[in-house]
Write a protein that binds this ligand. Structure first.
Ligand SMILES: O=C(O)CCC(=O)C(=O)O
Length: 379
């Protein structure tokens, strides 16, 4: 299918989705109560729908710094997965890191749908419209390790308001998960087929609507319903879903009738429950979307759990392992404080009293930040 035909097919779905999204009462400015917890109306809307769009959270000057670092990373990307050179023939960025920074795909394709990748959690394939003949053969789809590839990314990870949201949802002893930057260039960005993120706790006796945590997405550009993530509200409460059946029941169409778009502007921050059914379509629009995605868990969900997704399942997340990965939050908080000294510093309970030891220094960067994502806590 041509990209223009896909856009046309999407048109009425998109406008109906926008209308549904605006009835849900889960978008607006960030508000806290006097104890520094998310306002109860926000918590109610998050737990009812499984997601929230916080408007205007990140200052435009910070967004500019993030955008500049992303542009630089994109310019220095390898021409393909594992290639040693960028498009200008220079050594590609990031080859010294243990995990590849970049993941590239053919334009407008769906790399995971219908495959057994990522524990097979994307059972159906999205439409892959044809890209323009002038399009590059491969485009960057994901970038990982934002705390080591971008100074502004490390500082964002220590943002006090975002960490207050994490504490309000997962408790003061919340634990980090992983991060990934989704790049959806206009007319090129691939799709992420319908899925639920969590893979480990569906049959747990302690299962509830919050057991697999949530993901932030910090949006660097204005997005529309064509380019943004879509979520089926309330599905985080429903246990593991039969996604294949759901798509089959919709005459095989990926345009699930009850999904809504999380359209957002630059500087907005979205949160999505990792059990909610979500996905995004090939980006045939004119929007650039860059979503800095990073998640947090309840400590009780992770302690004693075995590795999944990016981690091998013979890993066990014991207290030491959790502490190792959580130190990244402490260094990020200090990196932020050094750069924005006027801002109030977040007090991260698991690292209380160890702030000096976990200051942002060259030594701690090498010890805690370099290759930190080998220790991600994926469940
Ligand atoms: O942003 C996207 O398009 C996909 C994000 C996603 O699926 C996720 O964060 O799990």
């Amino acid at each position: 299918m041509k990209a223009s035909e896909y856009q046309l097919a999407q048109q009425s779905y998109v406008s109906q989705g926008m209308a549904r999204a605006l009835t849900l009462g889960n978008r607006g400015p960030l508000r806290f109560d006097q104890q520094g917890r998310l306002h109860e109306d926000i918590l109610e809307a998050y737990w009812r729908t499984g997601f929230y769009v916080f408007e205007n959270v990140i200052d435009p000057s910070e967004i500019k710094l993030l955008q500049a670092e992303i542009e630089n990373l994109l310019a220095r990307a390898p021409v393909d997965n594992g290639a040693l050179e960028d498009a200008q023939g220079r050594p590609a960025f990031g080859q010294e890191f243990a995990r590849p920074i970049y993941s590239l795909i053919p334009p407008l394709t769906d790399p995971w749908g219908g495959t057994d990748k990522l524990n097979g959690r994307h059972p159906t394939k999205m439409t892959q419209p044809e890209s323009a003949s002038s399009a590059p053969k491969k485009v960057v789809f994901l970038m990982s390790g934002m705390c080591q590839t971008m100074d502004s990314g490390l500082r964002l990870y220590g943002h006090p308001e975002l960490l207050k949201i994490a504490a309000s949802i997962n408790g003061d002893d919340f634990v980090p998960y992983n991060d990934a930057i989704f790049i959806k260039q206009p007319g090129l960005g691939g799709s992420v087929s319908w899925h639920q993120d969590g893979v480990t706790h569906w049959d747990s006796p302690q299962w509830d609507q919050g057991i697999h945590g949530f993901n932030f997405q910090v949006q660097l550009y204005d997005t529309s319903a064509q380019s943004c993530l879509w979520v089926v509200p309330g599905t985080h409460k429903d246990g593991k879903l039969d996604i294949k059946q759901r798509v089959a029941d919709n005459a095989g169409s990926e345009f699930l009738p009850d999904a809504v778009p999380l359209f957002a502007a630059a500087g907005d921050v979205t949160i999505v429950n990792r059990q909610a059914l979500h996905g995004s379509f090939a980006n045939t629009s004119k929007d650039m979307r860059v979503s800095l995605t990073f998640g947090f868990h309840r400590r009780s969900s992770v302690l004693g759990a075995s590795g999944a997704l990016s981690q091998s399942n013979d890993e066990v997340y014991d207290a030491q392992r959790i502490d190792r990965r959580s130190q990244v939050v402490a260094v990020a908080i200090d990196a932020r404080q050094q750069f924005y000294p006027e801002e109030s510093r977040y007090q991260y309970l698991p690292m209380l009293g160890r702030e000096a030891q976990l200051a942002h220094s060259e030594e701690n960067w090498e010890r805690v930040i370099r290759d930190y994502n080998l220790h991600d806590l994926s469940i």
